[in-house]
Design a protein around this ligand. Structure first.
Ligand code: FMN
Length: 195
């Protein structure tokens, strides 16, 4: 049987993110970055959604869509692992669109984790997008388009799954706050997306 998050937690052999560091829960800023996206942002990504390890939804209550390696080469202009925010859209082929509700196919706010997930000890660099929307339909294999507009925080290691879950919840709120700014909102209408 493959190890679970609990197995990793019980070993506690890796350095951990501490509460009270600049990225501890209490002290995290509610909005980050400049009032308008600055280079290297915006970064456009697109690719078919791949299955990850499925832990995002099951373990963390935060399902993520993984993009394949060739779809994330654009992120090499940043080369910083961590958490980003922006917009994403699921673009299924015409014949699959009836399976989705209109609200599922809109341009939606997202947070993206770019990294090796030290908590789970992954080796490969992955880009995992969490769209802030409740989907009723699976979209594995369908195209996802995204525009990354800013950086929230570095990737951290955690002594507990709860610590990671709590920080992801804060990431979502910070991402939404950041996207409220006028100059960021305009990217929801970008030609990269299907309208
Ligand atoms: C917004 C967000 C922030 C994340 N931050 C971290 C992090 O700091 N450290 C970490 O190890 N993993 C982080 N993760 C990655 C989760 O561990 C990852 O989504 C989980 O391993 C699920 O992967 P899977 O779908 O491939 O199973 C983050 C994920 C999201 C969506």
């Amino acid at each position: 049987m493959s190890p679970t998050a609990a197995d990793y937690v019980s070993k506690q052999e890796v350095p951990s993110a501490e509460v009270g560091t600049p990225f501890g829960r209490a002290s995290r800023p509610k909005v980050v970055g400049p009032d308008a996206p600055e280079p290297p942002f915006p970064i456009s990504l697109a690719g078919p959604v791949q299955k990850g390890f499925g832990r995002g939804g099951k373990d963390l209550g935060c399902p993520t869509a993984n993009l394949p390696d060739e779809s994330i080469t654009a992120m090499s202009s940043v080369a910083k692992t961590g958490v980003y925010y922006g917009y994403a859209q699921v673009v299924p082929p015409e014949e699959s669109k009836p399976k989705f509700r209109p609200q599922d196919l809109k341009v939606l706010p997202m947070v993206m984790s770019l990294g090796r997930n030290p908590f789970y000890k992954n080796k490969m660099l992955t880009a995992e997008i969490h769209i802030m929307h409740e989907f009723e339909t699976d979209f594995y294999g369908h195209e996802m388009r995204a525009i990354v507009l800013g950086y929230i925080r570095p990737e951290l290691d955690y002594v507990s799954r709860e610590g990671l879950i709590e920080d992801i919840e804060i990431d979502k709120r910070v991402g939404l706050n950041c996207l409220q700014r006028q100059a960021y909102q305009t990217y929801a209408k970008d030609a990269h997306f299907e309208h």
